[in-house]
Design a protein around this ligand. Structure first.
Ligand SMILES: Cc1cc2nc3c(=O)[nH]c(=O)nc-3n(C[C@H](O)[C@H](O)[C@H](O)COP(=O)(O)OP(=O)(O)OC[C@H]3O[C@@H](n4cnc5c(N)ncnc54)[C@H](O)[C@@H]3O)c2cc1C
Length: 396
């Protein structure tokens, strides 16, 4: 059977894939196909609020059919391999699909193997994560019912999407413990694998000050190497050696990795844990110029985030037709953003480029200072912007 072929094939109908499909159609691309197996689309940023008791899963889910643009050819299937020499992708259902240009945006996935015992730990009521929808409500169940003991929050620095937002459940929980009068009976430890709590020095200072207000013990440069769920013990790796820490409640922003088929298809960059080897500025594959990547699966030398896609989508939408006619390619400067709550009613924005220079969306007011208005924007306005503008390709 002859494989169907499309002008542009997009792999993954998440934030990146849907926004790009809509943007390409708006700019006149006649034939866009999408491969996405899931029937439900998630607005992932609200998972942090679910984990902090300030949203429900219903607030962030929509049927996928409602967000796939009408003119897109949707393959409700999963990609298992890419043959960039033949310009063909293979689907789990057995079909092959040819492409003119291929855009990879299947996101990343939790790397349970990176921390022995972690998967078993989150299967107990004493450990959880906001990074998987099925665990986000359990996170709030665990945190909101804790009235004494030790709560440990762990943020990995291995490819975690928008990693500083892993602090949202901490501050939302601390605000709850404060309001219910149990803060003094709970010891809060924050273990961060990287050197800072957010991508810029100023945001780091603000977050440390907020943590200090709640009595949080912050340790940077500290990774969990192993979890013993039975004895509720973390084995730690620090700059000074190894250590252990018991927990009564454990929250993790766990290490992530790229889907295995990316590297198996010869599309990953060496030493990147399997992430797609694109030029971080043009988002074009370094070896296969008709292959592109954006979103969490791409190596873009900056922290992945939904906010980063506001800049990446227009770049890829411009560069695909431009490359075909030898035109000038647009550059992505590595802009990314992390909106982090500092209590149950305030939030700051850490916005920066890939050199970690601040890149504020607006010059005034100072969005690195925690604000009530920012909390309300992130929790209530941003989801509407997502559904009604970003997923409809209304980004420039
Ligand atoms: C808990 C959490 C909180 C976050 N908070 C924020 C925030 O506050 N602000 C912010 O800017 N960003 C935030 N992010 C990050 C943001 O959600 C991601 O950066 C963004 O979703 C990345 O988009 P993507 O399309 O690359 O990946 P995804 O949105 O993960 O979409 C990938 C899609 O690809 C599909 N797929 C996977 N494998 C295949 C395959 N083999 N074949 C076909 N399709 C496939 C998946 O089903 C999925 O639909 C958060 C993320 C999480 C998890």
């Amino acid at each position: 059977m002859i494989a169907p072929r499309h002008r542009v094939v997009i792999v993954g109908g998440g934030n990146a894939g849907i926004s790009l499909a809509a943007k390409l159609l708006r700019s006149g691309c006649p034939d866009v196909a999408l491969v996405e197996p899931n029937e439900v689309h998630h607005y992932r940023p609200l998972l942090s609020y679910v984990a902090g008791g300030a949203a429900t899963l219903d607030d962030l889910r929509r049927p996928q059919v409602d967000v796939v643009p009408a003119d897109v050819h949707w393959y409700e299937d999963r990609v298992t391999a890419v043959d960039p020499q033949a310009s063909v992708i293979r689907l789990a259902g057995g079909r092959s699909v040819g492409y003119g240009d291929l855009v990879l945006c299947p996101g990343s996935e939790v790397d349970w193997d990176a921390v022995p015992g972690l998967r078993e730990a989150v299967a107990t009521p004493h450990a959880s994560t906001s990074y998987l929808p099925e665990h986000a409500p359990e996170t709030w169940q665990m945190l909101s019912t804790l009235t004494s003991g030790r709560a440990v929050f762990v943020i990995s620095d291995r490819h975690v999407p928008c990693s500083p937002v892993g602090l949202k459940p901490l501050f939302l929980a601390a605000g709850h413990w404060c309001a219910t009068g149990v803060l003094d009976t709970i010891t809060i430890d924050l273990l961060v694998e990287g050197a800072r709590l957010a991508g810029t020095a100023r945001a780091d200072r603000e977050l440390r000050a907020a943590a200090d207000d709640y009595g949080v013990r912050v340790r940077t440069g500290t990774a969990v190497s192993r979890v013993e769920p039975g004895s509720r013990t973390l084995h730690l790796r620090t700059a000074h050696g190894t250590d252990t820490l018991p927990y009564d409640a454990l929250y993790v922003a766990p290490p992530h990795r790229a889907p295995a088929w990316v590297a198996a298809s010869g599309l990953a960059s060496a030493g990147s844990d399997g992430f797609v080897d694109v030029d971080p500025q043009t988002l074009q594959h370094r070896a296969h110029p008709r292959v592109w990547a954006l979103g969490d699966v791409a190596t873009v030398d900056t922290s992945p985030s939904g906010g980063a896609l506001r800049k990446q989508v227009p770049v890829v939408a411009h560069n695909i037709p431009a490359a075909l006619v030898g035109g000038t390619l647009r550059h992505y400067d590595g802009y990314t953003v992390a909106p982090v709550t500092t209590s149950r009613h305030e939030l700051l924005l850490a916005e920066h480029n890939r050199d970690e220079h601040e890149e504020p969306t607006v010059p005034f007011p100072d969005l690195v200072r925690p604000r009530r208005s920012l909390y309300l924007f992130d929790r209530y306005v941003e989801p509407q912007v997502y559904w009604h503008r970003l997923l409809r390709g209304k980004v420039s």
